[in-house]
Design a protein around this ligand. Structure first.
Ligand SMILES: *[C@@H]1O[C@H](CO)[C@@H](O)[C@H](O)[C@H]1NC(C)=O
Length: 164
């Protein structure tokens, strides 16, 4: 019988090998925690909808954010380009003012700042490098932004349970 620990270590080795195999399109960097996500950081400030177009031309979307790891990574990347706030890919530009991601993924995690969301429809989502929180802002403002794009070469879709 093959010891469980051995199988686990083997799985971990292969998992890491595949993960490090992932490659991003030019100008994008691999997520440190998900081999199926690449981020493109643009320090060029654009209004929200122009930023969204830019990301779509790069075959991605303004980024969705689904957990605290992703949020703090993006906050750090925004800090490193000297931005106060950056656009991420959410808006509530619809009759009911419901917040949605540009990439149509579930709006399943939030990091609203104090007093947010403030009930106004037609706003777009920024993340602040000062507190890491999200703010609904006027979409016409020009801000640096983050796209989420697919790797050109995929890593392992997901590691086995318990393997990082
Ligand atoms: C909500 O925030 C937006 C954008 O900053 C602002 O224009 C609007 O006046 C705010 N609404 C309320 C009710 O505070």
């Amino acid at each position: 019988m093959i010891p469980k620990l051995f199988v686990f270590v083997l799985a971990a080795l292969f998992c890491n090998a595949f993960a490090s195999d992932a490659e991003c399109p030019q100008g994008a960097v691999l997520s440190p925690f998900d081999p199926n996500i690449c981020y493109m950081v643009s320090s060029n400030a654009l209004d929200y909808y122009s930023a969204a177009d830019f990301c779509e031309q790069a075959e991605g979307h303004l980024t969705s954010v689904h957990n605290a790891f992703e949020n703090s990574y993006l906050r750090g990347a925004a800090s490193s380009i000297g931005a106060d706030t950056v656009w991420i890919g959410g808006s509530n530009n619809n009759a009911k003012g419901i917040w949605k991601w540009e990439d149509s993924s579930a709006f399943d995690w939030t990091d609203w700042g104090p007093g947010q969301p403030n009930g106004t429809a037609g706003l777009c989502l920024s993340v602040s490098t000062h507190d890491g929180f999200w703010y609904g802002e006027k979409c016409a403002q020009a801000k640096p932004f983050f796209c989420k794009v697919n790797p050109t070469k995929r890593g392992l879709a997901s590691c086995p349970n318990g393997v990082q």
